[in-house]
Write a protein that binds this ligand. Structure first.
Ligand code: NI
Length: 210
């Protein structure tokens, strides 16, 4: 491998990662304000939690079929927002989810993981399907119009923003990267921040779905 550490591309990537980290911290703080003592670390919201996380959405799945939040209510839903051309964190998180599902064994069937694109301009159902094929088949990729995706992201208090395009028209999406656990009624249960290991997420998910 060449030493790319000083290339403008690499520097750009570092800046983007820093921006994403700061944005993530801000969203975490927003969640902290919304959910109280659970704070920016992952945590369970008690019965008194008033967080308004989640809500109705209408999207298109990776097979091109329209779906709404109602379609997922027979199971607990684990919701993640990202995009398929993400240079790093989305793939890392999907691999973490893969490991988590494996650790849940048969009970992973009780969970419906969804990956909602915040980059619907590039993430067509076909692009999403290709990306999802790298991970367990149970994970459903969802996309939609800009408005549909924005509505879903707002419901989940997700931060995302398009970076300015470079001279080749290439752009990145800054986005928060939490997993949101919802119950069978679409109610918010908890969220998992990137500090969590697959082992500890699986343990908490097993308790939730049992
Ligand atoms: Ni990403």
């Amino acid at each position: 491998m060449n030493d790319t550490s000083k290339s403008p591309m690499a520097q750009r990537r570092i800046v983007l990662v820093l921006i994403a980290a700061i944005a993530g911290a801000l969203v975490g703080y927003g969640l902290f304000l919304a959910v109280g003592p659970a704070g920016p670390q992952s945590g369970t919201i008690g019965a008194t939690g008033v967080a308004q996380v989640g809500g109705p959405f209408e999207l298109i799945d990776h097979d091109g079929q329209p779906v709404t939040d109602e379609d997922f209510k027979s199971k607990h839903m684990l919701v993640y927002f990202g995009y398929t051309t993400c240079p790093d964190v989305c793939v890392i998180d999907m691999l973490k989810l893969t490991d988590t599902l494996k650790r849940m064994g048969d009970k992973a069937d009780r969970l419906q993981p969804v990956f909602i694109s915040i980059d619907p301009e590039r993430d067509t159902p076909a692009a999403l399907k290709e990306f999802m094929s790298r991970f367990p088949l149970s994970i459903k990729g969802l996309t939609g119009s800009l408005e549909q995706v924005d509505q879903a992201a707002k419901a989940y208090k997700v931060y995302y923003a398009k970076t300015p395009a470079d001279e080749d028209g290439m752009y990145y999406m800054d986005h928060s990267n939490y997993f949101y656990l919802m119950d069978e009624n679409g109610g918010f249960v908890t969220f998992f921040a990137s500090d969590r290991t697959p082992e500890s997420i699986a343990e908490e998910l097993l308790k939730a779905v049992s």
